[in-house]
Ligand binder design. Sequence first.
Ligand code: CP3
Length: 356
Amino acid sequence: MNTSLQNDVFLRALLRQPVPYTPVWMMRQAGRYLPEYRATRAKAGSFLQLCQTPDLTCEVTLQPLRRYPLDAAILFSDILTIPHAMGLGLQFETGEGPVIQRPVRTAADVARLGVPDPAQELRYVMDAVSLIRRELHGKVPLIGFAGSPWTVGTYCVEGGSSRDFARIKGMMYDEPKTLHALLEVLTQATIGYLRAQIAAGAQAIMIFDTWGSILTPDCYREFSLDYMTRIVNALPREAEGRIVPRIVFTKGAGALLSDMASIDCDALGVDWTTDLAIARRLVSDQKALQGNLDPCVLYAQPERIREQVARVLASYGKGHGHVFNLGHGIHPAIAPEHAGAMIRAVRELSPAYHAA
Ligand code: CP3
């Protein structure tokens, strides 16, 4: 494997080391807002087929990098590959989001679950990671990822997306042992999955906890944060002679950020509902921060986008540990040129925050 890296600004910023400008990438940077993505997905037949065909997975991962000077690539996949590999029956219905055909509702359902072998059921992900690394030719680092056990658990128990999370929260209050058993097996699966991604070539790891903030602070610690802590602690610190930084993102974390600072990760993701200056104080400047432009800013005209980028950069202020990103995934209706305007603005405006 080619282990040299032409642009390591993203990895250095995650470690709060000096960088000449603020690195930038976008959550869901490969996705439906790009016409070339839609064409490749049509060729694959479906989203799941696209994820399971390494050549096409590699192609869509690289598409946004051909358009924009991004500082990182992210593996094209989904957080629901684990329940899929556990045999829960995953489908993506157009317009409806994910559906789990055999949801996990009882202690007996949990007892039937096994930890998938990343070299078998999830082999297609590892093949994609190796292929992407080869095709990147060391241009920028590759991010591997997984969902948090809590967030993946919500899909397993609810059977798909949910408005009120009634089933999983009912289970949490009525039968906490059953939920803990589910989170335990998901944690073991996620540890094996992320270790395998690192072995295959992932150079940074991100844990997506989209639904952690629907919990009370106590329940967040018990049912989400503790499991993410265990995952992070089980990952190798280095690969290929380089530190593998870990990013933890709980959407809507806000006041939870000070608790999250206890996780042995390098960076925390922040969405647009928390000001970065406040986030920086909440973590006592001990973690890098990734975020946090409101994805809806990209519906506005390029001049407005530039103003909002300037606001985000100013809210973080001077200093190195900032990775610019959206506060959540880019929406499918965004014009690709607007994403380009955001990235250009970050490149042009951010060096002032890193001058000596
Ligand atoms: O960031 C990237 O570019 C990497 C790819 C990526 C996808 N999903 C591709 C995807 C990542 C990191 C994810 C994570 C993911 N998946 C999360 C956590 C992050 C978040 O967005 O909150 C969650 C909750 C999921 C589960 C999931 N997958 C949902 C709810 C949906 C349907 C929503 C939608 O946008 O249609 C998906 C599908 C999905 N995952 C798409 C993509 C590009 C859309 C599929 C398509 O129709 O092409």
